[in-house]
Write a protein that binds this ligand. Structure first.
Ligand code: NAD
Ligand code: TYD
Length: 341
């Protein structure tokens, strides 16, 4: 198999590339990544010189480049992860989310259609379903009600991918996964941000009342779900992937402080995210019963391992949190702190 992975230098993509090297060592992986602030080639330094991993820096919206790669490497399948992925950034500047997530995905699909790629795995998100009340869980047939520019752009790309199946008979499978955590996650997302701030004895900014709920899944369990969906999923189908680990944000923040033996006085409640979804929860029945998928990690063990990884890999996150990132951080959090007065 020759597989094109897009966004293979980001959090999930880099974990996926490493996962595929372990689980499917005979596959050739072509990794197309634009290396935005979220993409870090250093994460894949251990694959340097590996003839079965080819890195190409480029934009998924560059159809000519994508078609060239498909032909040059005889690509059988695409695993599409490249995206702008952070909700808070989409509130500050939605445009790039439309460029990459909507137009980029459509260009990628068009290139695959033109060159006869056999399978297209669209990596979508549970955020397409919007927010839940205190009970219930998202199934694949739940209404799509995205709230943020990020989730609206992901919903668009998810639906465009399904339209390519219905209209052009392309072999497309869509996965919608819950919040991931694990090694190599950029410290703008909840878990790594809190770990890094706690290690610096800096305030931990909790949005609103801290009672928003997310359904957490270890990144390796997501990678396992993506591989199962790629190999066994039915064309035109959607599969939810989730960990059955619902936690309130404040529980997670306190858990991290406990693991690092830091005081809870570091917690600082700040103004809420505009349009903040209250609760996400995944019903994973379909992927479990149809494809035999079962996540392996428990949340408490996975969180402890992740926190240890950040403690032991300071050099990795210190390099990615460079000047440009700090500037973004200031824009994001100064305004929030002022919002709280
Ligand atoms: P990430 O932001 O860490 O990585 C995104 C990668 O895409 C980066 O390497 C970046 O350089 C690359 N990229 C961005 N724009 C590009 C473009 N125009 N062309 C080529 N490459 C480009 O994101 P992530 O957290 O690893 O998420 C990966 C995918 O999984 C996304 O599609 C996201 O919507 C989806 N997802 C993420 C989560 C989560 O909890 N992180 C949950 C469900 C689904
Ligand atoms: P995040 O990691 O941004 O993922 P998403 O918004 O895609 O679910 O945020 C997870 C939850 O943590 C979400 O409810 C927002 C909250 N949060 C904070 O309270 N403080 C923060 O600094 C961040 C980044 C997130």
């Amino acid at each position: 198999m020759n597989v094109l992975v897009t966004g293979g230098c980001g959090f999930i993509g880099s974990n996926l590339v490493k996962y595929l090297r372990r689980e499917r060592p005979d596959w050739k992986i072509v990794n197309l990544d634009k290396l935005t602030y979220a993409g870090n080639l250093e994460t894949l330094a251990d694959l340097e010189g590996d003839p079965r991993h080819v890195f190409v820096r480029g934009d998924i919206a560059n159809r000519e480049l994508v078609e060239h790669l498909i032909v040059q490497h005889g690509i059988d399948a695409v695993m599409h992860l490249a995206a702008e992925s952070h909700v808070d950034r989409s509130i500050l500047g939605p445009e790039v989310f439309i460029h990459t997530n909507v137009l980029g995905t459509q260009q990628l699909l068009e290139a695959c259609r033109a060159r006869g790629v056999k399978r297209f795995l669209m990596v979508s998100t549970d955020e397409v379903y919007g927010s839940l009340g205190p009970t219930g869980a998202f199934t694949e047939t739940s209404p799509l009600q995205p709230s943020s520019p990020y989730s609206a752009s992901k919903t668009s790309s998810d639906l465009v991918a399904l339209a390519y199946h219905h209209t052009f008979k392309m072999d497309v499978v869509v996965t919608r996964c819950s919040n991931n955590y694990g090694r190599y996650q950029f410290p703008e997302k909840l878990i790594p941000l809190m770990v890094v701030n706690a290690l610096h004895d800096k305030p931990l900014p909790v949005y609103g009342d801290g009672a928003n709920v997310r359904d957490w899944l270890h990144v390796d369990d997501h990678c396992q779900g993506l591989l199962v969906a790629l190999e066994k999923g039915r064309a035109g189908e959607v599969y939810n992937i989730g960990g059955g680990s619902e936690r309130r944000n404040i529980e997670i923040v306190k858990g991290i402080l406990g693991l690092l033996k830091k005081p809870e006085s570091l917690i600082q409640y700040v103004a809420d995210r505009p349009g903040h979804d209250r609760r996400y929860a995944i019903d994973p029945t379909k992927i479990r019963t149809e494809l035999g998928y079962q996540p392996k990690h428990t949340f408490e063990q996975g969180l402890a391992e992740t926190v240890t990884w950040y403690v032991e890999n300071r050099a990795w996150w210190e390099r990615v949190t460079s000047g440009a990132y700090r500037q973004y951080f200031d824009t994001q959090y100064k305004a929030r702190l002022q919002g709280r007065g």
